[in-house]
Ligand binder design. Structure first.
Ligand SMILES: Cc1ncc(COP(=O)(O)O)c(C=O)c1O
Length: 263
């Protein structure tokens, strides 16, 4: 989309194991023509959350270079262990220069509906709507009506979401702790990244995902596909725990059967 609009996307890789933003790298990547910075927290695929310090660093940069922000916050309600999500909208310095994107798909378990929202100042929205009018034209009205009705009828749905998904994360992680996969419990999203180097260090992450699907009937996503220039030595894959208890239990039982690597 950036290229179609005549822009040049500049990618900044988040590095294992903590996937924190390296702000010196972000600063160094800003060029005279930089117009916008795209950020994502809680983060897919790593589950990491931005700290207040991350937001402060962003504020300093966007003020200094007069940048717009596209803040992808589709997992805004999926934050665990009493941590909290800060939106770009929380910071007065960012409100006037940010487009904040949310997804009803993530929040209301209807990812296939492709229905979401964008929050921005009236001035930014004016530009947004001019493009939207010709790119999308309109949303899917029946889905919007259904979501509005659901929200009216279920006002406790959103406050209950963190516990709902945290229970799934804990069930999945508890099952996984009997396996040879290594991981740190994800603080947000419904994704759990795991290191499989104790099982099949000889396989790339793409090969490992084929191996798990074919041999164990469990599907994961390789982390390398999220990178512009993946590290071939990366041994991380992403599981999604937005599943029933039965599926999660069956999956972890199968994953626990993966034998450790004997070199
Ligand atoms: C970070 C992020 N942003 C946006 C989307 C798109 O969400 P939706 O399909 O609900 O519009 C996804 C979906 O996986 C995502 O992970």
């Amino acid at each position: 989309a950036v290229r179609v609009a005549g822009g040049i996307p500049v990618h900044i890789a988040l590095k294992a194991p903590n996937f924190a933003v390296d702000w010196s790298e972000v600063k160094a990547a800003i060029r005279p023509h930089t117009r916008m910075i795209i950020v994502n927290t809680p983060h897919n695929p790593t589950g990491t959350l931005w700290s207040l310090d991350d937001w402060q660093q962003l504020i300093e940069l966007v003020e200094q270079h007069d940048l717009l922000v596209l803040s992808d916050e589709v997992y805004e309600h999926l934050v665990f262990d009493q941590q909290r999500h800060y939106s770009a909208l929380h910071f007065p310095a960012l409100r006037a220069r940010s487009f904040v994107v949310g997804s009803f798909g993530k929040t209301f378990h209807v990812t296939g509906w492709k229905t979401g929202y964008c929050v921005a100042s009236p001035v930014l929205m004016q530009g947004f709507r001019q493009i939207y009018q010709y790119a999308n034209f309109c949303g899917n009205t029946p889905a919007q009506v259904a979501l509005a009705e659901y929200m009216r009828q279920h006002p406790t749905h959103i406050p209950a979401l963190p516990d709902f998904y945290q229970a799934k994360r804990d069930l999945f992680n508890q099952g996984l702790s009997a396996s040879h996969f290594q991981f740190t419990p994800t603080p947000g999203t419904y994704f759990q990244c795991v290191d499989y180097s104790a099982i099949r260090p000889d396989l790339t992450d793409v090969e490992m995902c084929y191996f798990l699907a074919e041999q164990y009937g469990v599907v994961a996503i390789p982390l390398s596909v999220f990178y512009q220039s993946p590290d071939p030595k990366m041994r991380l894959i992403r599981f999604c725990f937005a599943k029933t208890e039965q599926t999660l239990t069956q999956a972890t039982q199968r994953l626990a059967e993966c034998s450790p690597w004997l070199s």
